[in-house]
Write a protein that binds this ligand. Structure first.
Ligand SMILES: [Ca+2]
Ligand SMILES: [Ca+2]
Length: 156
């Protein structure tokens, strides 16, 4: 068995600002229908698997599923590049549209500790629901999980 580790982050369509954490918490790493790992608050995951080629699904309650190829060949795999996912499908209807923006509007200006605050809407994890999060949500407006194609990613 070899160890595979990596990180899942919210896709932002822009370069991350220094010091911001776009890690996706509680995304499931799924291989052949089995959950092999779940991400922590920084999006980190790790699991053990034997050598082989796998299709790995990244499944998140508030985003689009992403599938990546993984090849493990007689050694541990440390995935250096973050795996980015569309993480603003808050109502999980496979579309990013006004419904998701409406949820944002309801809780905008809330901060960590407020009853209205939702950590999954705080995409940059800075403790505030504000324009920085909205810019990300807005940049994906109109996309549909059925037609949205992630860039191909194969993890050696
Ligand atoms: Ca949606
Ligand atoms: Ca924020």
């Amino acid at each position: 068995m070899y160890n595979v580790s990596g990180i899942v982050q919210a896709d932002t369509k822009r370069s991350a600002y220094y010091g911001e954490n776009f890690g996706i918490e509680n995304a499931n790493i799924v291989i052949d229908g089995n959950v092999v790992a779940r991400t922590d608050e920084y999006g980190r995951f790790s699991f053990n698997i034997k050598s082989g080629s796998y299709m790995v699904d990244i499944v998140y309650n508030f985003g689009f599923t992403r599938t990546v190829g993984l090849t493990v060949s007689d050694g541990d795999v440390i995935i250096g590049e973050p795996i980015k996912i569309v993480a603003c499908d808050f109502n999980k209807d496979k579309k990013i549209d006004s419904a998701d923006q409406n949820l944002f509007r309801i809780i905008v200006s809330s901060k960590k500790g407020d009853p209205a605050y939702l950590s999954y809407v705080d995409l940059n994890h800075d403790g505030y629901i504000n324009a920085k999060d909205y810019l990300i949500i807005q940049s994906f407006d109109g996309i549909d999980a059925c037609s949205y194609i992630y860039p191909e990613l194969n993890l050696a």
